[in-house]
Write a protein that binds this ligand. Structure first.
Ligand SMILES: C[S@@+](CC[C@H](N)C(=O)[O-])C[C@H]1O[C@@H](n2cnc3c(N)ncnc32)[C@H](O)[C@@H]1O
Length: 303
């Protein structure tokens, strides 16, 4: 999950709107160092390849490896295909990271010796008003990573009970004023656009702020995309497609996600924590890329 505030750093291409290179990969040096250790062949899976920021660095540093880039978002996949069209070592597939076992078997690939999951959303998604992820731009309240399937955020909000809305805001957004906010949403339906939702949320609390909006939008995004269920499924399947000794890195931006990964590497048979168990970005990186501010890199090894 990349925090909502990240679009303060939005880089726009005046010709066609969103610049595909505007997404700056988080903790890239640390990821590269951990995942490249001891590797000169085998399969590296980037399960949330996004704009290919991490993948570009990894594929440049590790000739001889095969790279499988997966993303749920068809628009991200288009960018990946175009970015890596001249690199025969990179295979791009649209799908969820929970589809990786089928993709690997379909392609006849060996199990992975390294894997990366950079959870959440990219700056490209956040900065596109039509995707509805940001409270800063007017747009349809959509928020689906894959807009060919599932219910939009507006559809969810207009159908859920007030209590269900409050629970989502409280559990996924860790926002204490969830009941007040849910009441206001329920009383102002139908909700259709990002700015309409932002206005309802701001009016429902004594002092509205971007922090509250970030939490509400984040919570909705997690619910719309079933992100925690997806992560659970990934964790359950991971040992089926990674080889012994595989290095596995997760970048998380949310405490619930981070806890799941901590438990995976610390308490699940078949894994061990790498040392250090986790890293956060340095001050310099946070200064350069505010989106990195709440990131945590967790590292583990299949045994
Ligand atoms: C933070 S971005 C990744 C950015 C990438 N590491 C880079 O450097 O360009 C997260 C990406 O994960 C994708 N994503 C979210 N949930 C997913 C899932 N269940 N399966 C595959 N991709 C997913 C999003 O569409 C988004 O493109």
């Amino acid at each position: 999950m990349c925090a909502e505030r990240s679009n303060e750093e939005s880089h726009r291409n005046p010709d066609n709107g969103i610049d595909p290179m505007s997404h700056v990969p988080v903790m890239a040096d640390e990821v590269l160092e951990f995942l490249s250790h001891g590797h000169n062949e085998g399969l590296l899976v980037d399960g949330t390849a996004g704009a290919g920021g991490h993948l570009g660095l990894l594929s440049g540093a590790l000739p001889g490896m095969t790279f499988l880039a997966v993303d749920r978002d068809p628009a991200a996949v288009e960018i990946l295909i175009s970015r890596f069209r001249d690199n025969p070592d990179v295979i791009v597939r649209q799908g969820s990271y929970t589809d990786i076992p089928e993709i690997i078997s379909e392609l006849g690939l060996q199990n992975a010796s390294a894997a990366l999951f950079d959870l959440g959303l990219s700056s490209i998604q956040l900065d596109d008003p039509q995707r509805g992820f940001s409270y800063r731009f007017e747009g349809p309240l959509d928020m689906r990573f894959d807009d060919s399937t599932g219910k939009t955020a507006a559809e969810l909000l207009n159908k859920m009970t007030e209590k269900e809305i409050a629970d989502i805001i409280y559990n996924y957004g860790e926002e204490g004023r969830s009941r007040k906010i849910a009441k206001a949403i329920a009383g102002n339906r139908p909700v259709r656009t990002t700015l309409q939702l932002a206005q309802i949320v701001n009016a429902s609390v004594r002092r509205g702020s971007n922090k509250i909006l970030s939490r509400v939008f984040q919570a909705l995004r997690i619910a719309v995309n079933g992100e925690l269920d997806q992560l659970e499924m990934l964790i359950d399947e991971l040992d089926g497609w990674t080889e012994a000794g595989a290095r596995i890195a997760f970048i998380t931006f949310h405490s619930i996600e981070d806890r799941k990964i901590k438990l995976l590497f610390r308490d699940t048979p078949g894994y061990r924590q790498h040392s250090p168990r986790w890293l956060v970005p340095g001050e310099d990186e946070v200064r350069r890329n505010s989106r990195a501010r709440s990131a945590r890199l967790r590292m583990g090894i299949r045994v």
